[in-house]
Design a protein around this ligand. Structure first.
Ligand code: FES
Length: 514
């Protein structure tokens, strides 16, 4: 079963990937890495080259999570406005963050050398506005980017086939075929004492005399463990209170208009982004946006409809070839959490990349590899996991965690729909009320109903059926489960429970729209 209903453009076009065996024994290595995405594989590459024995433990397949569902963009700026980073962290630290992202793009370029299938391209970016009201902010943004060392300038010439007022153009950004790049890294890591294991789900690490990770195929003991799962995956930890789960939607559209190869994004909230899927086809556009917090009571299919409408208003669309979405984590203070887990010398984690996960994931992999090798990194203190940056994050921390608390409390009393499982369309799921108990029910394409507790196995919030991706999504910290209840991603370490439905009030409860 594929984890989500929609495969990304990268997953559809990656070709036949190398398949890696699952772990079937106990092993000991220098470093165990949980997660076969951009972060884990980048760290594994560096550690292997330094002579470490590494085991990469991937619960599904390489790139099955967010790394294989991005829009492939490599951006040295951050989703948090750079002026905000300067205000919160100071100019020197903001410049260090930008430099680290530029070095991450350099790193990806270097590792793509001689690998034309990775389709790495150096391209400019355009942060544009369609409104005269957006000009002043863009001009300030341009000045800030230049101050932090980026090659940026303001221009009124935006090479898009619809009316734009102005843009910040930034040179030497990039784009890559995300999944082929990951497959290339995995192939380089596997062998010579290192191993990539697929279909090997892991539990959060434990640290005693040595670190250990229980997996579906055996126990891995290691000198150090890197939790490179993109989301917090440490049981219940303080990281869940510092980063917050959101989803973004992407269309691949064949259009009549040909646009220059570049990254484009506007100043809407949430913003829209545009880019070519491949350097070989200037009319195949990736169009993204319509972001929202994970697990909200809305119909996610509507977000694809919104994007299609956006696309049709700006381009001559011939066809929509792919649709997909991905989850990302927004950090409260604008910067990811990367490094040693609080209270542990030998367990490392990385999360909170916002919408620029390929670049921040590469930074994180490089940073943690250096810490494991005993080398300093200029962002070690700035990105320290679990830091409390009150001035930068208090408002977001309070608002987001109050929202999680509200969902934990309120969703239990909303109740399920009073319907029979036969009334659930095949291939979809519903929260239903069954003899006073709330159940998550999935009716598979063959018509069989599968019943679970709707209680998320991380910290007990109520999961919601994602109408677009056919997953059970938790609104509190972004835990996601497949239709059959198996864990897909996020902080939970266990599948949904089949045994303990939740007592709840019953009523006819059609899902509200936002
Ligand atoms: Fe934390 Fe579900 S992910 S309660």
């Amino acid at each position: 079963m594929q984890a989500t209903a929609h495969a990304s453009y990268w997953q559809e076009t990656a070709g036949s990937p190398t398949l890696y065996a699952s772990l079937d024994d106990n092993v000991h290595v220098d470093v165990a890495i949980i997660g076969g995405g951009i972060t884990g594989l980048t760290a594994a590459m560096h550690l292997k080259r330094a002579g470490c024995q590494v085991a990469v433990l991937e619960a599904l397949q390489i790139g099955a999570g967010t790394s294989g569902s991005t829009s492939g963009h490599l951006d040295a700026t951050t989703d948090t406005p750079l002026s905000q980073l300067i205000f919160d962290f100071g100019e020197q630290k903001a410049a260090t963050a930008v430099t680290a992202n530029r070095e991450a793009i350099d790193q990806i370029e270097a590792w793509c050398a001689g690998q034309p299938e990775c389709e790495f391209s150096r391209i400019p970016s355009y942060a544009y506005t369609e409104s005269i009201d957006g000009l002043e902010a863009l001009q300030k943004q341009c000045a800030t980017e230049r101050k932090l060392g980026l090659n940026s300038w303001f221009t009124r010439n935006v090479p898009l086939p619809f009316s734009c007022v102005g843009s910040v153009q930034t040179e030497r950004q990039g784009r890559v075929h995300a999944l082929r790049y990951l497959q290339h890294l995995a192939a380089e890591v596997h062998g010579d004492g290192c191993a990539v294991y697929e279909n090997t789900s892991a539990s959060p690490p434990e640290s005693a005399a040595t670190c250990s990770v229980e997996t579906s195929g055996g126990r891995v003991t290691a000198e150090q463990v890197f939790v490179a799962t993109h989301s917090p995956f440490l049981g219940i930890s303080q990281l869940e209170f510092r980063v917050f789960p959101y989803q973004s939607y992407v269309l691949a559209a064949q259009v009549e208009d040909e646009i220059p190869d570049a990254l484009y994004w506007d100043d809407a909230k949430p913003y829209h982004y545009l880019r070519l899927a491949s350097p070989h086809d200037p009319s195949l556009l990736l169009i993204g946006g319509a972001d929202h917090k994970t697990g909200q009571p809305l119909d996610e299919r509507q977000r694809f409809a919104e994007l299609e409408e956006y696309a049709h208003r700006r381009f001559s669309v011939r066809s929509i070839c792919h649709r997909w979405s991905a989850q990302y984590y927004v950090p409260a203070d604008g910067l990811p959490h990367v490094g040693r887990v609080p209270g542990s010398e030998r367990i490392f984690a990385a999360t909170g990349y916002d919408g620029t996960g390929l670049t921040w994931g590469t930074v994180a992999g490089m940073l943690v590899a250096r810490l494991i090798l005993g080398q300093p990194h200029p962002l070690e203190e700035v990105l320290r996991p679990g830091r409390l940056t009150l001035m930068a994050s208090a408002k977001e921390v309070i608002a987001e965690n109050l929202d999680a608390l509200r969902r934990f409390t309120v969703d239990r009393f909303v109740g399920g729909e009073r319907i029979d499982s036969h009334e659930i369309a095949a291939g979809t799921g519903r929260l239903v009320s069954d003899h006073g108990q709330m159940m998550a029910v999935y009716r598979d394409p063959g018509g069989d109903a599968h019943r679970f507790s709707p209680v998320c196995t991380h910290a007990g919030c109520i999961v919601h059926w994602n109408e677009a991706e056919h997953t059970w999504d938790c609104p509190c910290h972004g835990g996601r489960f497949m239709p059959d209840g198996r864990r897909f991603c996020g902080p939970p370490s266990r599948d949904l429970d089949r045994a303990h439905p939740l007592p709840a009030k019953t009523h006819k409860a059609p899902r509200e729209s936002n």
